[in-house]
Design a protein around this ligand. Structure first.
Ligand SMILES: [Zn+2]
Length: 259
């Protein structure tokens, strides 16, 4: 038989942020019906000891820098669309760094708890994305030395970049869901709602990217990518970056308070 636990400290409901202090873990939140046991478990995992808080902080920093790399790449591409070949090694370096940090951060955010299915999917998505980025760089470098000089390279790069983008979008969606829970557990329901908005944008972007996968077959599907999926994903990325900076600051604040 399981024993009943009643939280004696403030615990935020994962669903709505309501303080469920003093309610038994077997019960559900009176405001939204979320399991109180789940909220307590999340709180303990997230903010239990300093080591796991530090780990979480580092993972969030990795993901924030990764999003910064993405924004930087888009800005550079935007201003050099006319094609300055000298800039490509720099872009490749930034993209690679950003995606390695994305992979590291995607794993780190889930550390300190048992592997759930959702964390595994996030890890696999980040891994596939990284493999795709490495493949693109390898194809381009090989083409430079051997000058394949046909359309096959273009198709390969396109398939890899689209697959990578879709994996990254899936990862973003799941990670944002996680950030929403973290913000709520830290009694920042507004930040949680902000992440909900980012998640909605990320999902719309993801649908657009999947539709755009067919751009390999038909050019008009590519228009969907250019006109809808990219701008929406870009906005979600910038919003995600801002959210991560706010979340990092909140975590630091909590850490200072608990010392
Ligand atoms: Zn609730």
């Amino acid at each position: 038989m399981e024993t009943t636990t009643v939280p004696e400290t403030d615990v935020a409901c994962l669903g709505c942020g309501y303080n469920v202090r003093g309610l038994a873990d077997e019960a559900t939140c009176p405001e939204c019906g979320t399991s109180i046991g789940e909220s307590i478990a999340m709180m303990e995992r997230l903010l239990g000891d300093r080591a796991s808080r530090n780990k979480l902080g580092r993972a969030i920093t990795c993901l924030a820098i990764s999003l910064g790399c993405t924004c930087f790449t888009w800005l550079v591409l935007w201003f050099t669309l006319t094609g300055n070949a000298n800039i490509w090694p720099l872009i490749a370096g930034v993209v690679l760094t950003g995606n390695i940090l994305w992979w590291v951060g995607s794993h780190g955010v889930w550390s300190g708890q048992t592997q759930t299915r959702i964390s595994r999917v996030t890890g696999i998505a980040a891994g596939v994305n990284l493999v795709m980025v490495l493949s693109i760089i390898a194809f381009v470098v090989l083409n430079y030395f051997y000058e394949a000089g046909d359309d096959r390279l273009g198709v390969l790069v396109m398939i890899c970049s689209q697959t990578g983008l879709v994996c990254r979008a899936i990862g973003t969606w799941l990670l944002v869901e996680r950030f929403k829970s973290i913000a709520t557990a830290m009694f920042r329901p507004k930040l949680g709602k902000y992440f909900s908005a980012v998640r909605r944008l990320a999902v719309v972007g993801l649908v657009g990217l999947i539709v755009a996968l067919f751009g390999v077959l038909d050019f008009y599907y590519l228009l969907v990518l250019l006109l809808a999926a990219f701008p929406i994903t870009a906005i979600a990325t910038i919003m995600g970056l801002v959210g991560l900076i706010l979340l990092r600051a909140q975590l630091k604040k909590n850490q200072a308070a608990s010392r």
